[in-house]
Design a protein around this ligand. Structure first.
Ligand SMILES: Cc1cc2nc3c(=O)[nH]c(=O)nc-3n(C[C@H](O)[C@H](O)[C@H](O)COP(=O)(O)OP(=O)(O)OC[C@H]3O[C@@H](n4cnc5c(N)ncnc54)[C@H](O)[C@@H]3O)c2cc1C
Ligand code: FES
Length: 292
């Protein structure tokens, strides 16, 4: 049903799949995501929709192969079908006219922020994009971002392309030069936290797109809990976009690291990924419920 119509390798471990999914293509809005299971019996993983063509009924996914399921998805060839895609999921981004909007992204966040940049520009905002990458080879979607933003600035950590440094260095410079009305950030937890600390001090409203570990993506398991404004919220049904100044990043980091520890523990024991088996899903489910 969800036939792969096109496949591209964008970077060493990052792939793009254009997939036939007419019902989702008609309904999905910027900021929403889908839950994807490559083959029958595989776990479902959340992935943002980067592009849509509602007329042709096509959605585009861009993903980094970090583990079992993203790795398996990356092996599916053109003309083969993905077993299951559920969506649209999550709350659509709140897009409105703000003035000058800065969209900051690192890593695969450059793919996730693309529809957000387009939507803010379409709503009449001046959009300044900032992409941060480790090195030139890992830089994603430069051409698409240039087309979607009024201006694009790039930082590479090793200085192999454009500015040497961090995406946050560029943000600080821009804010010193002109009035910025709004900031949107997607990427590593450290980057989003640094952006929010800075923009809070400068009193610039900021929204972030959180990527917690999700198991059911339906609000049932509790694994995607985040703390926002002192309240526990479920990112899969109440996010994944939140007011960055209200997000408790320390809590978020602890929960993300807890899942990494589970993965490491399983690897040390020579077991399959916790998400591979039903017992793994149960472990994640219980840790979602029991962990503060
Ligand atoms: C709303 C949402 C949208 C997302 N959109 C995208 C997207 O468009 N493109 C994309 O590449 N990724 C996206 N992700 C992250 C993606 O879901 C995970 O990378 C994926 O679930 C990993 O599954 P796996 O089985 O391949 O890896 P696993 O074997 O489960 O994990 C491998 C490693 O990745 C880490 N990991 C697992 N899940 C996450 C996560 N959510 N965030 C960070 N690290 C994680 C694990 O701790 C482990 O170290 C999104 C996540 C969310 C919550
Ligand atoms: S993934 Fe959000 S509650 Fe299960």
């Amino acid at each position: 049903m969800y036939e792969i119509l096109n496949k591209q390798i964008l970077a060493e471990d990052v792939k793009r799949l254009d997939v036939s999914a007419p019902n989702i293509a008609k309904k999905i809005q910027p900021g929403q995501f889908v839950s994807v299971s490559p083959e029958e019996g595989d776990e479902h993983i959340p992935l943002s929709i980067v592009d849509t063509d509602p007329q042709k009924g096509v959605i585009s996914l861009i993903f980094q192969e970090v583990g079992l399921t993203t790795g398996k998805l990356g092996t599916l060839p053109i003309n083969e079908s993905i077993f299951s895609i559920l969506g649209p999921l999550g709350v659509p981004s709140k897009i409105d006219k703000k003035g000058v909007v800065v969209c900051v992204a690192t890593g695969v966040g450059s793919a996730q922020i693309l529809p957000i940049c387009r939507a803010y520009r379409k709503a009449g905002n001046k959009v300044i994009g900032i992409i941060g990458a480790k090195t030139k080879r890992s830089l994603l979607l430069e051409a698409q971002m240039r087309l979607s933003c009024n201006k694009l600035l790039i930082a590479t950590n090793d200085g192999t392309y454009e500015r040497r440094g961090l995406a946050t260095d560029i943000l600080k410079e821009i804010v010193a030069q002109q009035k910025i009305n709004f900031v949107y950030a997607i990427g590593s937890v450290d980057m989003m936290q640094a952006v929010c600390v800075f923009t809070k001090e400068k009193k610039i409203k900021t929204r972030v797109y959180l990527n917690p570990v999700m198991v059911d993506c339906m609000g049932m398991c509790g694994s995607c809990r985040v703390k926002v404004g002192g309240k526990i919220l479920l990112a899969c049904i109440e996010g994944p976009e939140f007011d960055g100044h209200k997000v408790d990043f320390q809590y978020f980091n602890i929960r993300m690291k807890a899942f990494e520890e589970l993965d490491r523990w399983d690897n040390q024991k020579g077991l399959s990924s916790p998400k591979k088996s039903e017992s793994g899903i149960l472990t994640r489910f219980l840790s979602g419920i029991l962990r503060k």
